[in-house]
Design a protein around this ligand. Sequence first.
Ligand code: ADP
Ligand code: MG
Length: 263
Amino acid sequence: MNGMNLTADAARLPLMLTELRLPAIKRLWQRFAEQSNREGWTAERYLATLLEQEMHEREARRLARARAASRLPAGKTLDAFDFTAVPMLSKAHIRALAESDEWIEQGENLLAFGPPGVGKTHLVAAIGHALIDRGRRVLFARTGDLVQRLQAARRELKLPAELARLERFDLVILDDLSYVRRDQAESSVLFELIAERYERKSLAVTANAPFSAWEEVFPDKAMTVAAVDRLVHHATILEMNVESWRRRAAVPARRHSSEEESQ
Ligand code: ADP
Ligand code: MG
C-alpha cells in the first residue's frame, strides 16, 4: 500500500462512517490509528477497540433515550432516599425490587400507600430509575393525565393503539391514582388498562387513599372491586404511614425524634 492510497482511504472514511451511523468511530479512528501505528497494535486489536467504543456509546444513548421517554422525575433515586424516615420499609426489600427482574417478568405490581409527602412518588420513581439502568422500559405518568389521554384516544376510536403503545413498557407507574375522579362516563379506561396488563405487565401505583375510597375513581362499585382485585393479586404493598418529609424539613423544631439527625 502506498501513501497515496492511504490518504485516499482516509479521505473516504468520514463519509462512510457517517453513512453507517458510527459517530464514535468517526470521532476516534484517527486518534487510535496513530496510537496503533506507534505501539504496533494488531489490526484485530485496532478494530476491536473502535467497535467497543461505538457499542459503549450506543448503549449510553439508548439509556438516555429510555430515561427521557420514561418521564421519570430526575434525581429521585434510591441513593437520594432516606430510609430512616420510613422505618416500616425494609431497605433490603426495596433494593431487591430495584435489582430483580423477576417481578417485572411475572407482571407483578407495586402499590405504595400513605399520606401526602411521605416519599411514595420518590420511592416508586427510584425503582423505575434502577430498572431503566438495567435496560428495562418504564413509563411514569400522573394517573389523571394518562386517563385523559386514554379517554381522548377512545373518543377517536384509537384506544387499542394507545394501549398497545403502553405495551412497550415493562413497568407503567400510575402516580396519584386516588386523585382521579370519574367526572366522565368514560373513566373505565383506567380499568381497561389494569385488566389489559393483569398477570402480564407490571403496574406501580401510588395513592393517598386506601382501596375503600377508590369507589370515587371507577364508574361503579363492581368495577372498583374488580380493579382492586387485579391490582393486588400479585403485588407488593408498601404502607408508608409516616409524617410528611416536606413538613419534617420545614419545621425541624417540632420534630419528635430529633436525636436521629444532627441539625
Ligand atoms: P408523596 O408522593 O408521598 O406525596 P414525594 O415522593 O413527592 O411524596 O416526596 C415529597 C418530597 O420529599 C420529594 O421532594 C421527595 O424527594 C422528598 N422525600 C420524601 N421522602 C423522602 C425520603 N425518605 N428521603 C429523601 N427524600 C424524601
Ligand atoms: Mg406523590
